[in-house]
Every structure is written in C-alpha cells, then in structure tokens.
Design a protein around this ligand. Structure first.
Ligand code: KIV
Ligand code: ZN
Length: 514
C-alpha cells in the first residue's frame, strides 16, 4: 500500500474570513468557531491579526489558551512591533505559529510600500529571524506572489528560508491566476529554490475570478502541501478558497491526489452552519458541499437514478460531510443538565453560571414554541445569547399587526442604554413597520443594504434566520436574529446590526498601513 503525504489544512476563517465587510466576530464567537475547527481536526487555525485591535489581540490570546489539538496562528506584518504583539498573544498556546508577510509584487512595492527590492528582502529576513526567537513554527508570505516577478520571488524565499521560515505560503492575493499557471508557479519555485525540500510550500488563493479552489488544487498537484482556506469560502472581497471544496475534492479524488487531509469531514456541514450563523453570511443554496441543494435531486430522472443506485448522480455521501447529523437533540422536557451536556458536546462552554442560566431560559422559551430543537437551533440560540450580553439597544417587546385592507403597523419597546423607549410606525408590511418604529427611537441614519430570511431547519415551525446589512459612513455591519416568528427575528437582526454600529470600530486592516 502506498502511504500518502499529509496535506496540511490551514483555516483562516477567523482572520481573512473576518476581513469580509460586516463579518467581524467577537472574542467569544471566535472561541466558539475555533473549537469547532479543532473538532474538525483542522491542522492550523489562523485566529486574527493581534496588532489590529485590542479585541483581535484578546481573541488570539483566548483561542491560544483553549485550543490544544490544532496549531494556533496569528498574523503579523514584517514589522518588529507586530511580531512582538503576535508573540504575546500566542504565549500560552500549546502549539503556536507566527505568520508574517510583506508584499513582493512591483505594484505593491512601488505604490503601497514605497520600498526597493533589497529593502523588502531585508525586512522579510529580519521579521522571520525575530519570529524564530519566539517559536520554531514560522510562516512567511510574499503578499501578491501571484503577480510578483519570478526571479525576485525566488530571491525573497531563498533568503527567508535561510533566516528560519518553516512554511512558505504563496498568496494569489488578488485572485488573478488561473489553475495551470498557478500550479506551474509552485512547481518552478520548488524546483529552483535551494533547500525548498526543507520547508512546506503552502498556497492562499482569493476567489476574484471564482478560481480560488481550482488554483489551490492545481498547486497541490504541483507540490504544495498546505492549503489556506476558509469555511464557506468567506474572505476578503470574493473570498478565499473554500475548505469544504478543497477537503472534499482531495478526499473524493484520491485517484488523482498524492496526499490526504486529516479532517473529520462529518464536521463540515455543522461548522458551515455555525460560521454562517455567527457572521450573518448565508450560504447560497447551490454552494458545493454545504449548500441546501448540494445533495437535493429535483429532476425525476435523477431521483429515480439515485433511488436505484446512489452513485448514478452522487459522487459523495451526504452523511460523510455531516448532513445526516441533522438530528433532534432536545425538546420541551429537556432539563438544564441535558442542555449543558449537548452544548458541551458542541464545544460551547459558558464563562459564568449566570450566562448558562440565561441561555437555558432562552432555550425553554424556544422549546415552548418549537417541538424539536436541533443542533442548528442551539447554535443560533448560543450566538444570540452572547450578543445579548453587550446590547446597547435591547428589545423589550414588539407588537406587529397586519390585516387585509389595513395599513400594517408595529409598536416597539426598547431599552436604550437601560432607559425604556416606545415608538409606533406604519409601513408597507410588518417588517417595514417594525424597522421604522425602531428608527423612530434610534435615528441611526444608516442605509439598509440587505434583508434576507432563511429557515434554520425544516418545517413551518422552524426558526427563521434573518440577516440585515446596514451601512453608515462607509462602515458595513451584518446583524442577524433567529426566531420562530420572522417579524421578531427581523427586529432582533436589525437591533443586532445597530448594536454593532454603536460599538466603536478600532480594528485596522493587516494589508493597509496602520
Ligand atoms: O491575501 C493575502 O495575501 C493575505 C496574506 C496576508 C497571506 O491574506
Ligand atoms: Zn488573503
């Protein structure tokens, strides 16, 4: 039997994924997702960019303390202060990686960095040397490698390998490459760079042309042994290569790939749901692997074929990627212990007994309205409970009315920084009336960019999950809310987005100057 090489799965949902406008996550949300990634047996989890903000620093530090099975990674520009900060954040990690980067393409060096080639090499080498003082696991990325000049790229990489880098990541930062070209780039780098066999070559592809997964897989066929990816393909602009596509392609096409991942593929769908709930980014129904229609057969001829032999139209089994885990877990009569135990199995722990009690009260309330509570319901409930902790605008009550021939109306009571306020409004429908009533009180001056409703599970008693995207002064936030009553879910989502706008944003972007 031929032993396959390991393909390292590096998840950057919590770092690059979070760079999607509106997808920012709190410390607790990052912990929640990091534990799910660890359960999935992802090898490396990139949690954030500690220099960006105190919040990011705390999230990296908190995840570093709780995650034991995966390597925890933090991002740093090739700057002394960034590397010091990331090393502090990773201090208590069982296994820590520092990922440092500097741009190497002519346009980035000339227009953004205003640095010469020699200066870039000097800074890259200094950063890697400094990072090696804190950990033996140092990754270096020549940003925009996909548009860098080949000979210069080789020089940079040769130098950082000599300085101690252990992983060399080749980013197609702007998603410009096409599969055969990107694969060829990897093959040529590995062939031309001295000591290339002493390091792991990695790739990090963006999806601007919809080719992120194809480019990454082409690189794997040409020697890359780490892929950087995100759940649901979340990420800057059009996103990153999606973890589920990479992992399932490699698993499904073992006749083609000389390597295999260690991922527990049954965790893919639950984790995809969790990321979607936390970020408020719904998964498109026709998304490969994790979309609601990925295993649905509409055409009669397909249904007939699948019933006779599944393989006629299915190349993977739905249960192998976690679709079958959609099981009833709790109900109206479940006690506090059963609730806590199931959440523990899902990797959710509460900081205090008071938080657990609060979540349990929300669960009982939901169970009164919904017979069967699924894992997906619990994920939605837990994220909501965590937002409620820090609400500036808090929903007290809502009455929405609609009747044939009458103008829809809503009356809302909010606590605004602890003070009760009431407003009423009419609207084109009850959702519109509710949002107008909220605005009577809040006067946010934000623009509604997106309103969408998805069902969390199936059935008419399912919770509707509403996503609301608001924009104000160039800042975009997503809010989400879940409830069996979609008007209430809409109000929760709107208030969640307003609460995000209320919180001061101090996060810097890793690829911009701070
Ligand atoms: O896209 C990119 O180049 C990055 C680097 C920081 C790896 O995200
Ligand atoms: Zn990126």
């Amino acid at each position: 039997m031929v032993t396959k090489e390991k393909l390292i799965v590096f998840d950057t949902t919590l770092r690059d994924g979070e760079q999607s406008p509106g997808a920012s996550m709190t410390r607790d949300e990052k912990i929640h997702i990091a534990k799910a990634l660890e359960r999935m047996r992802v090898d490396v989890i990139e949690v954030g960019f500690p220099m960006a903000s105190v919040g990011d620093f705390e999230a990296v530090s908190a995840v570093a303390r709780v995650v034991k099975e995966s390597t925890v990674c933090g991002l740093a520009r090739a700057l002394k202060k960034d590397i010091e900060r990331v090393s502090e954040a990773l201090e208590f990690a069982e296994s820590a990686r520092i990922h440092t980067f500097i741009a190497t393409s002519p346009i980035h060096m000339q227009r953004k960095l205003r640095m010469s080639e020699d200066q870039v090499i000097e800074q890259a080498v200094a950063a890697v040397r400094q990072a090696r003082q804190y950990t033996d696991d140092v990754e270096f990325s020549p940003e925009d490698a996909g548009r860098s000049e080949f000979d210069f790229l080789c020089r940079v990489i040769e130098n950082v390998i000599r300085a101690g880098a252990t992983t060399i990541n080749i980013p197609d930062t702007v998603g410009y490459n096409i599969p055969h070209q990107f694969g060829d780039l990897l093959a040529r780098l590995i062939e031309n760079i001295p000591d290339s066999d002493k390091v792991i070559f990695s790739v990090h592809c963006h999806n601007d042309l919809g080719l992120a997964s194809a480019n990454s897989l082409s690189a794997v066929l040409n020697g890359a042994r780490q892929v950087e990816c995100t759940i649901n393909g979340l990420g800057e602009r059009a996103g990153n290569a999606s973890l589920e596509e990479i992992v399932m392609t490699v698993h499904t096409r073992q006749d083609v790939f000389p390597c295999i991942t260690g991922v527990d593929t049954r965790q893919i769908v639950p984790t995809s749901r969790m990321v979607s709930t936390v970020t408020g980014f719904p998964v498109q129904p026709n998304k490969a692997i994790v979309g609601a229609n990925a295993f649905a057969h509409e055409a009669g001829i397909h249904q007939d074929g699948v019933l006779k032999a599944r393989e006629t139209y299915e190349i993977m089994r739905a249960e192998d990627v976690g679709w079958a885990s959609n099981k009833i877990v709790l109900g109206k009569h479940s006690g506090r212990n059963a609730f806590r135990t199931r959440l523990h199995e899902l990797g959710v722990a509460f900081d205090t007994e008071e938080e657990l009690n609060h979540a349990f009260a929300n669960f009982k309330d939901l169970a009164d309205r919904k017979h069967e509570i699924y894992d997906e319901d619990l994920h939605a409930l837990v994220s909501e409970t965590s937002y409620e902790k820090s609400e500036y605008f808090k929903l007290v009550s809502l009455k929405a009315q609609s009747e044939t021939g009458e103008v829809p109306s809503a009356k809302i009571t909010l606590l605004v920084d602890g003070e009760e306020k009431i407003a009423e409004a009419n609207g084109g429908g009850t959702v519109d009336a509710t949002f107008r009533a909220i605005e009577e009180i809040v006067t946010s001056q934000s623009q509604l960019q997106l309103y969408s409703v998805n069902n969390i599970t199936t059935g008419t008693d399912a919770q509707g999950e509403v996503t609301v995207r608001l924009q104000k002064s160039g800042r975009i936030v997503n809010g989400h809310g879940a409830d069996t009553d979609i008007i209430l879910a809409s109000a929760k989502a709107y208030l969640h987005a307003l609460n995000k706008l209320e919180a001061p944003e101090t996060r810097a972007h890793p690829q911009h100057d701070i």
